[in-house]
Design a protein around this ligand. Sequence first.
Ligand code: NDP
Length: 443
Amino acid sequence: MSYISEVTEELKGRNPGQPEFIQAATEVLESLGTVLAEHPEYQKNAILERIVEPDRQLMFRVPWIDDKGVPHVNRGFRIQFNNAIGPYKGGLRLHPSVNLSIIKFLGFEQIFKNSLTGLPIGGGKGGSDFDPKGKSDREIFEFCRSFMTELYRHIGADVDVPAGDIGTGAREIGYMFGTYKKLNNRYEGVLTGKGLQYGGSLARTEATGYGLVYLVEEMLHEKGMRFQGKKVAISGSGNVAIYAAEKATAFGAKIITMSDSTGWIHDPEGIDLAAIKEIKEVNRARLSEYKSFRPHAEYSTSGNVWQVACDVALPCATQNELNKADAETLVKNKVLAVGEGANMPSTPEAQEVFIKNKVLFAPAKAANAGGVATSALEMSQNSQRLNWTFEKVDSKLHDIMKNIYRQMSASAEAYGFKDNFIVGANIAGFKKVADAMVAQGIQ
Ligand code: NDP
């Protein structure tokens, strides 16, 4: 049995009931054959066995009391996966679907994504199965305070720096930062995604969506194309989706779809982003309200955005939201490029369809790395006690995304997988971490 198969089998046996984690880890392991053959020191140093096992896994009780005085108990997680190249860094997801498998898959992906940014950050992820939807502001505060009352002892500016993710925005980060500061009596950059008044970075809100579009523009440009004049289908209408739509529109594209967890809209004339921001960012409401802004648009609760013909598809909602049949529909409709804004939105079968049909495909760990890269820029500003301008942060983000494209493209070509950016991103992200682990000994 090959080294990769041995580690994969062991991984499956050791982690029963963790399908998302096994899916993410298998995808990375399977793409490393040529690198392992070229670098026997990786096997000698048990790099694969060590890289699939988190440094530390924290699970804890999060009790809180609702507005009626009723107590609730949620489960909190923080997976500190790998700190070979820097302090653990990764978001906190608050969503009822959160479990150990999901946090481990996200933490594992984060190792390679963070490595691709070229910045000194390790991989981690956390969150809770708490559902922020429909909760009052006081209930959100109660939950965040309780969550941080346990987490604070495990994190720190040079240890582990959590950030936002699904369900964790500026409000939640603010409450958590306040609790950390109160418990530790330290003013430090322990969380990113903070408000601008207390250490946040300009352009962090926009970073993941903008970064996605910068990377896809670079990928299109290499093949003599541009966003200009293209029809773009986006899923989701959260942070990533909104700012991807904003930047793609600025580049001259027309956004024709968006979605949320209850339905999706198709606006052939181009989505009215101001209306989306008002519905989702200001009113925290449902996308069905879009029709009251643009009566000609279609709203549907069956099917999904991928059935609408487009030139570029940007899945920006959640994992496994684009399956094989969706990929086949997109190919039939002549999609040119797919850029993953969400984490692991395409199933492995969907990815195969894109690669087989030579669709330009930018995988999440490269395409959505702009968020964490800008979080690392927030950490730098906090350490320096400085605030950079929007233009400075945005221009650094743009350079980082172009560089990620170049790294994944060059690695794909160097290892015989030209234009397969899934393999390219995995190899480029892996090598830097693996070399650091070899240099630091078997720990
Ligand atoms: P948000 O919570 O802001 O938005 C998520 C969006 O996806 C919402 O529109 C939500 O709908 C929709 N959604 C969630 N679950 C489902 C589902 N099961 N089916 C259909 N739609 C769904 O999150 P973000 O935009 O921050 O994150 C989106 C993705 O991007 C996640 O995979 C996240 O891990 C990834 N990501 C985010 C980064 C960031 O900086 N924010 C950085 C890197 C990756 P509804 O409004 O109904 O909840």
